[in-house]
Design a protein around this ligand. Sequence first.
Ligand SMILES: [Mn+2]
Length: 247
Amino acid sequence: MKPRRSKIKRHTLETNISIRLNLDGRGKSTVKTGIPFFDHMLTLFAKHATVDLQMRCDGDLAVDAHHTVEDCGIALGQAFATALGDKRGIRRYGHGFHPQSGAGFQPVMLKEKLQIATGNQLTGKMPVPLTGEAYVPMDECLARCVVDFSGRPHLVWRGLDKFSQKKISGAEKNQDASSAFRFGLAREFFQGFTNEARCNLHLELLYGDEPHHIVEALFKAFARAVDAARRHDPRIAGQLPSTKGKL
Ligand SMILES: [Mn+2]
């Protein structure tokens, strides 16, 4: 199968963005947005979604980080929409995924059950670990992400209300970059991505406290869910995963 790739250039008076994306990549990336913390998030996104990503943004950082982060979400969403193409044969929904078998998440570890679940004769050493990969822990934090490349843009953002801009002190607002992300920038990124990739994206912080951990757990859970959803399922090769006939 041909790798699914896209190239995006998006230029406004606020930002100038170029992206090259390979959905069937190996997790390699070069990311330069001018915001080191955001580069860290996008780099680990590419790694954990196992996509190749070259991304560059020259944004109006003299104003603040808002336009850069939001527009990178928009452009990355466009890159996904383009690379996903007509979506034939993709799994569409993103939740736990077993890399060897191609099966969806099965909450079992037993060899016999796994063989029944996947229809595969597994070789090598057991147990094969099956984890709920769209739940990602980061020390004291746990984040969950579920995505559906449904053609219906909708972001659900839960568990971060107590960290919203209006509920924090001036001192907290002026903390480091990971705090700025926790207080609102991450949501702008994910809203931009959701709108342009036309996906249904549910992100939830189940618990957690440390700003860097919170944002990193969200981006990693997002990566794992996207990894599951963009994969081809050989059982439905050439078919749209929808009874509607359109996604
Ligand atoms: Mn980190």
